[in-house]
Design a protein around this ligand. Sequence first.
Ligand code: PEP
Length: 250
Amino acid sequence: MRTPLIAANFKMNKTVTEAINYFNEFKKLTADVKDVEIVVATPNILLYPLVNIVKGTNINLSAENVHWADNGAFTGETSAVTLKNMGVNYTVLGHSERRQMFCETNETVNKRLHNALKNGVKVIFCIGETLSEREENKTIQKVTSQITEGLKDITIEMMKDIAIAYEPIWAIGTGVTASSQQAQEVHAEIRKILNSLFNEEVAQSTRVLYGGSVKPANVKELMAQDDIDGALVGGASLKPESFIQIVKFK
Ligand code: PEP
């Protein structure tokens, strides 16, 4: 019922030349992929030269963040209007690196989310707990507040354009993956939160991705869990030959 979504997050990696070479290679590898939605988030500055390369392929480009205003005096920020005009239909929002290093809060993520959706840009909305929060049994409390505040004033209709990425911070870029049971437990809780905020249909139809050291060796087991609908992949997405194995997890 939920189409798997496998997304790459390049973070602040690759030059224009490296990105062009990657996509020229990667698009050949994805040509026979069916029934999986593929998204690749790159640094916003790389998106424009990539739009033409992915045209007519099954690869969707994504930004890594967008601002909450359409335009204006916001030096250094990226507008969802510009992205949409360029042909970019996705953005990641609320990534833990943005929250931890760039002062993003649930409130600013919520404002960015509203503006992205208003402009027709779909969102991969990231949430997740720190190691100390997990050790203090505060995981569900943390994701509940991130979802409740991050999705403030989001309607049932708008939820069609949002995927949630559960990314335990202790598993991002560390090589430590949450076990498939640990991930499944939180994903099931996320559906309960969506049910109480919206309804059972939203809870069952929203795609919930797992992120945190996903690699070819562990993707199959993660994707076999009932409530895991995809992956957000950092390090293992940087080489086409590695990322394609994750895309072709079946
Ligand atoms: C990420 O960047 O969202 C991520 C999960 O990174 P990694 O796969 O490298 O842990």
